[in-house]
Structures are given as C-alpha cells and as structure tokens.
Design a protein around this ligand. Structure first.
Ligand code: FES
Length: 175
C-alpha cells in the first residue's frame, strides 16, 4: 500500500491548460454547440458550458463566480438581435455585460478574458471558431491572475480533504 501512495504522490502536475466557462442561452448558443457536436466539427475542449434560458439572465455575479472558482476566461453567448425568444433578453445581456466588463477592468483582470458572442442554433461552425479563437487568446494571456498564487504552490482545486486524511492514516499504519 505504501508503494501505491508513493507512486501517486510522485506524479508530476499536469501542464497548465486554459479553463473557460461558457454561459450559453438555451435556444441559440447552446443549440449551436449541439450543432457543432452532431456535425462532428472539431474544436478545442477547454471549456465547460452552463446553460441558461436566455443571455439576459447572465448577471455580473455569474461571471465573477466563474473567475473566483478558477476560470481563466468567460464567454457569454446568446441569440442574434431579433432572435431572442424573450424579445429583449439579449439587449439586457449587453447592459449586464458592459457592467461586468467595467468591474472586471477595476479588478485588474485583462478584458480579453471576457467575451460576448451571438451564436445561432445553425452556427455550429461559428461556435467552433469562437471557442478555438477564445481558447488561443486565453492561452496567450496565461493563467488567471486570481488563481496564479494557488497554482504556484501546487494547490489542487479538486483536492478532497477526506482523501488526504485517508492517505495520512495509511502512512501511519504502514510505518
Ligand atoms: S433566448 Fe437566446 S438570448 Fe434570449
């Protein structure tokens, strides 16, 4: 058992890869991602998608929470103007996005880490292009300044204190 623990502990940390959160409206952008998927259009995999009913629902707090939880970039996406299923939802999204961007700049986060895009359900190719472009842009910017300290000391955001306790007990019982 001691050997297994030693081998697990000696695994080198994985190199940094961008972590992107995509907020997508249910009716257009989420469906656009689905179109990319069913059409088997290749794109970079560095994102997690959060579906909301309308881009107008995406408040500044959602974006800050994503950055706080370790996102290196956040993409907000919704229907093109005139296509919003709630008529003015995407106009509200623009207002919310502008407010969010102002605070992002005040916090010293590079404005290139936040992006707003309109992607329709039919635009699978465009979805893939936006994801690839944004991922490259975030890769060029490097890790989020909010998370650099944690990553430098090797903190694992997925770390489970229960597993650490278990490892400690195994160490004690094998010595
Ligand atoms: S339903 Fe897509 S932006 Fe409103």
């Amino acid at each position: 058992m001691t050997t297994v623990i030693a081998a697990r502990d000696s695994v080198a940390p994985a190199p940094w890869e961008p972590r992107i959160v995509v907020f997508a409206c249910n009716w257009c952008s989420y469906a656009g991602a689905d179109t990319a998927g069913v059409s088997r259009i290749q794109h970079q995999p560095n994102f997690r998608m959060i579906r909301v009913m309308c881009s107008g629902r995406i408040q500044p707090g959602f974006v800050f929470r994503a950055f706080e939880k370790g996102a290196d970039g956040v993409l907000v996406s919704g229907c093109h103007f005139g296509d919003c299923h709630y008529i003015f939802g995407n106009e509200r999204a623009v207002e919310q996005f502008e407010k969010t961007m102002r605070v992002v700049k005040l916090l010293g986060i590079d404005e290139g880490r936040l992006r707003l895009e309109w992607i329709s359900a039919a635009e699978g190719v465009r979805f893939a292009q936006v994801i690839d472009e944004f991922t490259d842009q975030i890769r060029a910017l490097g890790p989020s300044p909010l998370m650099v300290v944690d990553r430098e000391v090797g903190a694992d955001p997925e770390a489970d204190p229960e597993v650490d306790r278990e490892k400690e007990m195994l160490r004690c019982s094998s010595s």
